[in-house]
Design a binder for this molecule. Sequence first.
Ligand code: ATP
Ligand code: MG
Length: 466
Amino acid sequence: MANKNLSTDEKEVNRARALLLDNQIIIELGELFSQNRHELYIVGGSVRDALLGRVHDDFDFATDAAPDEIVKIVNEYADELWKIGMQFGTIGLEKNNLKIEITTFRRELYNTDSRQPQVDFVASIETDLSRRDFTVNAMAFKLPSGEFLDLFNGLSDLTNRELKTPLSPEESFSDDPLRMLRALRFVSTLITEPAVEVLASIKRLKKRLEIVSAERIQTELSKLLLGLAPSQGLYYLATTGLADEFLPELSELASCIDPLHRHKDLLEHTLTVVENVPAELDLRLAALLHDIGKPRTKSFGPDGVHFYHHEILGAKMAKRRLRALKYPSKVIANVSSIIEMHMRFHTYRLGWADSAVRRYVRDCGPHLAKINQLVRADCTSRNPNQSRKFALLLDELDQRIAYLEKEEESAKIRAPLNGNEVMEYLQLAPGPEVGKVMKALLEARLEEKILTKESAYKFIDKWLKK
Ligand code: ATP
Ligand code: MG
């Protein structure tokens, strides 16, 4: 009944609170800290996602307790404890398979000349929340009471899908330049629109990203690519110029046009292709980088523009870029193979013999399915007639591959008896008679009428009577 007069916001908060407090461990931790006269808040991504109705699988907490006090409080309670983040105020723990991080109220900043963030502990949750990256990530529930803290209008920004910083973006991005990239990551994962002043600050401060490690950049780039709206995040990455700092190939695409595509430029084409491939890291990276060889291979012939061997150059450039971003070697190998093979299909309409189809399957190796997914997405950006034609041709190629595979499987099938066994059983000398029996046996085997030697001998007896 009381619910009737609640605003939409209050209903959402109640729903999120119920979702989080439904967890026994969260309740128990809250009580544990309060018994020890310390504050505990659930903060950050898990609060944001609960408000979106999404269930988060890891939980971040903030407390006024110092790191060594956190250890004392949870030591008995936790199944496992990690102290590697202790100097930055973070204690990790696991309880009933749930991963939890508890951090002393703090703020982090990079000094202008340092590559290591400096961590200062602060006195209150208010200061801690004010130093977080975005308002949507700066909300908290106090435990065990469940009181909701939203000092920077994070809930209304979340509802309006707006990305803003709690303090000025200028100050926030100077303290930690990675936040500029995190902004575009959240554009993709939360389908938010960055505030005008956020974009302006990124344009002004993008060069500062140079002090951030490749590993931190890689993590955010991957999350951006796997988000719900990667093309939106990538669009801002290119148009703010932030890409210049770690992925200059993306910006180069904006100044190159391929007349085969309906798009304004290769950047627009690339964004469409990224959006159109399934959300798997190597596939999304391959889509992102599939045409980066084009600007440097562009040439003009009497019949128009060409990008000869752009896929070969592109695969090499992709390897170099992904190595610089410290991606695992397996990912780099997958991505460059997918890129290198993404043009072969375009000779298919000239007519491929079965041997050419087999060669394609062999050269694609384990990447066949992903290569075909990239080719499919790549083709959708041509004019509607052509893209329909390419889709049908790809279907046809898929069918031929499946048919040939089946045929090859069949070719491997042997009758359960060999010629010697047949001759011995029937007391025959080598000759055409043996050949006839063997042929009948193979037929029967292909029809799966006989599978064992036993059944094969019985089959011969019956066949001879006929
Ligand atoms: P995800 O769902 O990807 O885990 P998340 O919001 O939980 O998203 P994390 O990187 O796990 O992101 O960080 C947890 C919380 O810590 C964030 O919600 C934010 O409040 C804060 N945070 C993380 N990184 C920064 C940063 N570089 N600057 C300021 N606050 C940060
Ligand atoms: Mg998180």
